[in-house]
Design a protein around this ligand. Structure first.
Ligand code: ZN
Length: 163
C-alpha cells in the first residue's frame, strides 16, 4: 500500500468514526428528550433538574405506589404458584405416591421452576416446596417426602457463623 492510499484509508476511518460519533450524539439527544418526560403521566417536564423523572409530587407518589403494587402482585403470583405446586405434591403423597412423570404433574399445573429452596446433593438437585422435598430431573420427580424437622430445615441457607 502506498502512502497516499494509506492516508486515504486513514481519513476514511476518521470519517466513519466521526459519523458514528454523530449518530451516538443524536441518540443521546433523543434519549435526553425521552428522559425529560414524566415517567408517570408522560407529560414534558418543564422545570427543575435535567435528570428529573416526574412532573410533580403527585406523579412521583403515584408512580412509586404503582411500582409497589406491581411488586406485590408479582410476589402474590409466585406464592400462588408455590401453593398450587404444594397442593399437587401433597395430593401425590396422600395417594401414597412418591414419584411421578414430570409431564403428568405439569398437566395438573405443577411449575418445575418454582421452589422454596434448591441444593445439589450428590448427582441430584434436591428441591423443597415449603415442608415437602423432592428430586427433580428433566423428565421425573421422585423421592417426594415431607420434611419432619422443620426447624432444622429453616436454617438451610442461613450461615450461623457464631456457632
Ligand atoms: Zn407527571
Amino acid at each position: 500500500m502506498n502512502s497516499h492510499k494509506k492516508k486515504k484509508n486513514f481519513l476514511q476511518t476518521i470519517d466513519n468514526e466521526f459519523e458514528t460519533f454523530q449518530l451516538c450524539a443524536m441518540d443521546y439527544k433523543v434519549n435526553e428528550r425521552k428522559r425529560s418526560l414524566c415517567l408517570e403521566c408522560g407529560n414534558q417536564i418543564r422545570y427543575g433538574r435535567t435528570d428529573k423523572k416526574f412532573c410533580c409530587e403527585d406523579c412521583r407518589t403515584r408512580h412509586h405506589n404503582n411500582m409497589a403494587k406491581a411488586g406485590r402482585a408479582f410476589r402474590n403470583k409466585v406464592i400462588g404458584i408455590l401453593n398450587r405446586n404444594y397442593e399437587i405434591l401433597d395430593s401425590l403423597l396422600e395417594k401414597g405416591m412418591d414419584s411421578a412423570e414430570l409431564v403428568d404433574i405439569e398437566m395438573m399445573g405443577f411449575v418445575p421452576g418454582m421452589s422454596t429452596s434448591c441444593r445439589r446433593s450428590g448427582k441430584h438437585n434436591v428441591f423443597t416446596c415449603y415442608d415437602i422435598k423432592y428430586i427433580l430431573t428433566r423428565t421425573k420427580i421422585f423421592s417426594i417426602m415431607k420434611i419432619n424437622n422443620l426447624s432444622v430445615n429453616l436454617r438451610i441457607g442461613t450461615e450461623l457463623k457464631d456457632q
